[in-house]
Ligand binder design. Structure first.
Ligand code: BES
Ligand code: MN
Length: 457
């Protein structure tokens, strides 16, 4: 097939911007049962949009939120690219820290501000527009393309994995592209060749049968909130290494070439300090901030609670307390093994005067791919052409649970071509996405199709 050479200047007027804003207006918070109909409405809106763009689109119900499969006209004999993304978003709280309604996007100084702007609506919409624009302009695409867009990425993709098994034939493809990762700095295209895995766990600590008067009983009853604090305190040693026995046993250490090349990237410890607003950086001894985030496993307390949370004081011994944790995992570590080790650790460290209930949650292993593979190089060429400079190669600390399942079930690699900026505030108040990244993302998606198609002539 003749190569259709795209102009590489990003379009000046982002004509698709109003469409993206409409997409963002759907409050598709997957974790909130009260939003179930709004999540479904978001899926329907997106499906209609894809159909209008000329793609054959199906919305598959699941026990949770629907999964969308949307296919461009089939081209026999051409390779097939699957583009994966998610239409669900994280909760908006603390709502009082937002400058605007999180679902009424504003565009200020070239940035879209809203929940989901970056993660993942802006990024998946860039691909949708790229595909639809290419199809509209040329009447056909240079290869087969279909979208798989789910509504449960932010809660662990539990229904997507069985879906992959059930629809394995229909979802057959040569490679997957995902834009749901970061760029190391503004205007620095980034190919992410690895992600951390994740393993979630909740520890519930039950004490007395009811909240008790802390004067009448304090001193004679073990306080579950105290136990929660002790268990959390026991998790790390003085070097900030995780104290769970066996936690590091299977960790594949960072390679020398990775440490050397990461050190040359335009992102420093100082940048992390500025981005986070923390008083200082802190973490496992012997590693830079980037190495700690992208290449080392961690134990994070995501929430801790129990007892009186209201205004003023209330003198009680709470009857129960909880700790919500996630472990971020690196290549080599097995999520189930880590969850078992953590459970044993918490049981061994909990005193007999409380009853501890441990609930393992979602989990997924880390992901690693070869940036020098044929597809990896095609992705890097697309990134380079879209941003007019060679891409940085990096691993990242976040997780996209399903990418390892694409490998295991569908037998294909995933190309991670992220458009998120380090300070995009994903999962935080005032999430932002630059309009420029949307524009260049559309271009990148088109160039990616062109580059993959050109690999096979
Ligand atoms: N886009 C992120 C994943 C990500 C973030 C990758 C930063 C690379 C860098 C994704 O939407 C996400 O937030 N995933 C969750 C998954 C979890 C809830 C199972 C995450 O990493 O916390
Ligand atoms: Mn996310």
């Amino acid at each position: 097939m003749a190569m259709r050479t795209l102009k590489t200047e990003p379009p000046v007027a982002p004509s698709a911007l109003p469409d993206l804003l409409d997409f963002i207006r759907h409050p598709s918070i997957s974790t909130d049962p009260a939003r179930k109909t709004e999540v479904a409405a978001c899926a329907e809106w997106l499906a209609t949009y894809l159909r209008q763009g000329g793609l054959e689109t199906k919305v598959h119900p699941t026990p949770g939120h629907p999964i969308i499969v949307s296919r461009a006209p089939i081209k026999p004999g051409r390779p097939t690219l699957m583009i994966y993304g998610h239409y669900d978003v994280q909760p908006v709280d603390p709502i009082e820290l937002w400058d605007n309604d999180p679902f009424e996007p504003i565009v200020r100084d070239g940035f879209i501000i809203a929940r989901g702007a970056t993660d993942n609506k802006g990024q998946i919409m860039a691909h949708i527009r790229g595909v639809i624009d290419d199809l509209t302009e040329h009447g056909e695409l240079p290869l087969n393309v279909f979208f798989l867009i789910e509504g449960e990425e932010e809660i662990g993709s539990a229904n997507l994995v069985p879906f992959l098994r059930e629809y394995k034939k229909e979802l057959a493809c040569d490679v997957v592209a995902v834009s749901d990762t970061g760029m190391v700095a503004p205007r620095v295209p980034t190919f992410t060749y690895g992600l951390r895995g994740i393993a979630a766990l909740e520890v519930k600590i039950h004490g007395p049968a009811m909240d008790l008067h802390s004067g009448m009983f304090g001193g004679a009853i073990l306080n579950p909130a105290t136990v929660a604090g002790r268990l959390v305190a026991a998790l790390h040693d003085d070097c900030e290494r995780v104290r769970i026995p066996g936690f590091y046993d299977d960790v594949i250490p960072l390679a020398d070439w990775e440490r050397e090349s990461w050190a040359r990237l335009p992102i420093t410890d100082d940048d992390y300090l500025k981005m986070t607003g923390a008083p200082s950086l802190h973490g496992e001894k012997g590693y830079s901030a980037l190495e700690r985030i992208a290449g080392r496993p961690t134990a994070e307390v995501n929430g801790i609670g129990g007892g009186y949370q209201g205004a003023g004081t209330k003198t009680v011994i709470p009857s129960e307390a909880f700790v919500k944790l996630t472990f971020r995992l690196v290549p080599g570590q097995c999520p189930e093994k880590i969850l078992r080790a953590a459970e044993t650790f918490f049981r061994d460290n909990a005193p007999l005067a409380v009853r501890v209930v441990i609930e393992p949650g979602h989990s997924a292993p880390a992901y690693l791919t070869d940036p020098q593979s044929g597809f990896g190089r095609a992705a890097c060429r697309a990134l380079e052409r879209a941003w007019e400079r060679p891409p940085a190669l990096i691993r990242e600390g976040g997780s996209i649970p399903v990418v390892q399942s694409f490998k295991e079930i569908l037998g294909v690699d995933t190309l991670l071509l992220g458009l998120a900026l380090p300070d995009c505030r994903a999962h935080s108040p005032n999430e932002t996405f630059p309009v420029e990244n949307f524009q260049r993302g559309i271009l990148m998606s088109r160039l990616l199709m062109e580059e993959i198609a050109a690999m096979v002539g």
